[in-house]
Write a protein that binds this ligand. Structure first.
Ligand SMILES: C[S@@+](CC[C@H](N)C(=O)[O-])C[C@H]1O[C@@H](n2cnc3c(N)ncnc32)[C@H](O)[C@@H]1O
Length: 334
């Protein structure tokens, strides 16, 4: 499993960039960028070097953690997957490329695409000293235009990107991203109902084009969750001193909520269930909300089923699990 925390090399590159910038200024820029995101805006307000650095200090640790969680789930589902080429769409400061480089030693070619000059320049500065990433190719331009010209890649990632374009464009971009995917496409979004809705729309569209879900869903059918429920996960990450300063935060960690889907060209042979919320462990039983190949299940594992209970009490939100068949009286609620 790849750690959700930024690799030391990236942390050092960010800290080095911060030298010569006022932390107070970076914090003020970060607050303005965050407010714009909360108000439904995108990264259009990131225009200067300070803006880009403030964004990266405040958000890169969390988006990195979310992408890494998605990649870890993908690796668990497909341990043999060893991509050589990566396309990072809406790459910003290069977050998903760093996460993919850390997860897959097999990756040799990294192509990043983004329309934002300031974020592109920051990404290039951050990889300058990196042995794995210093030779990245970073295309500047609108995603669909740039993608049309790009070569297909084994792994394609769009992290916290599709929410910045219109619904109609999301459909067209999804189709193009899939066209450029030789093996696997990973899309990560904020873990909000709106982020989940975008993931579900893209998932349905691409399954209709022949894609199969590697994670998180154990099936290619319709999502069994009904509003106001939505499928999302959470990843804890550590905050560095600079991260805390830029966010004006006290806690040494934060929890990033995210939604994701990893789509592959070949169906998986084994499709374990997914834990959809933190299970409730009591002295009587473990109650867990599972998405299974047969649909949504509230699984109850009684303490008297000793071995199963010992396994179920270690389940965590987001885990892929194999549910044990229950004996009579140890049922599951539909
Ligand atoms: C929230 S940032 C995420 C950056 C990075 N992927 C990450 O996870 O940290 C969204 C990125 O998508 C880029 N973006 C949004 N719309 C785009 C478009 N139509 N074409 C290219 N890039 C776009 C923005 O410039 C920005 O860098």
């Amino acid at each position: 499993m790849t750690s959700p925390d930024l690799p030391a090399e990236l942390k050092a590159a960010l800290e080095a960039k911060l030298k010569g910038f006022s932390r107070g200024d970076a914090a003020a820029r970060s607050a303005a960028i965050s407010k714009n995101y909360r108000d439904g805006g995108g990264s259009g307000t990131i225009r200067s070097e300070t803006d880009a650095l403030a964004y990266a200090l405040a958000r890169m640790p969390a988006t990195y953690a979310a992408v890494t969680a998605g990649l870890n789930a993908l690796c668990e589902a497909r341990p043999e997957f060893a991509p050589k080429t990566l396309l990072d769409i809406g790459a910003g400061p290069g977050t998903a490329s760093w996460a993919a480089a850390e997860t897959f030693p097999s990756l040799q070619h990294f192509t990043l695409l983004d329309a934002n000059d300031a974020l592109r320049q920051l990404a290039l500065d951050l990889v300058r000293e990196s042995f794995r990433l210093r030779d990245i190719s970073y295309e500047r331009g609108e995603a669909r235009n740039a993608l049309t010209k790009a070569d297909a890649a084994d792994l394609v990632i769009a992290s916290y990107m599709i929410g910045e374009i219109s619904t109609a464009e999301q459909g067209a971009l999804a189709a193009l991203m899939w066209e450029k995917t030789r093996d696997t496409l990973l899309v990560v979004e904020p873990g909000t109902p709106a982020g989940y809705a975008r993931i579900i729309a893209l998932r349905e569209r691409l399954i209709a084009s022949g894609a199969h879900v590697a994670a998180p869903c154990p099936h290619d059918g319709k999502c069994p969750l009904a509003a106001p429920d939505w499928c999302h996960f959470t990843q804890r990450l550590q905050r560095s001193r600079a991260h805390k300063q830029v966010k004006g935060a006290e806690l040494p960690y934060e929890d990033e909520k995210f939604a994701y889907v990893a789509l592959t060209r070949e169906p998986l042979e084994v499709r374990p269930s997914r834990v959809l919320a933190q299970p409730d462990v009591s002295k009587v039983e473990v109650t867990a909300k599972l998405c299974t190949p047969a649909g949504l299940v509230m699984s109850r594992t009684p303490r008297r089923a000793k071995a199963d209970y010992a396994v179920a009490r270690r389940w965590r939100w987001g885990d892929a699990v194999v549910e044990q068949p229950r004996r009579p009286g140890e049922g599951r609620d539909p």
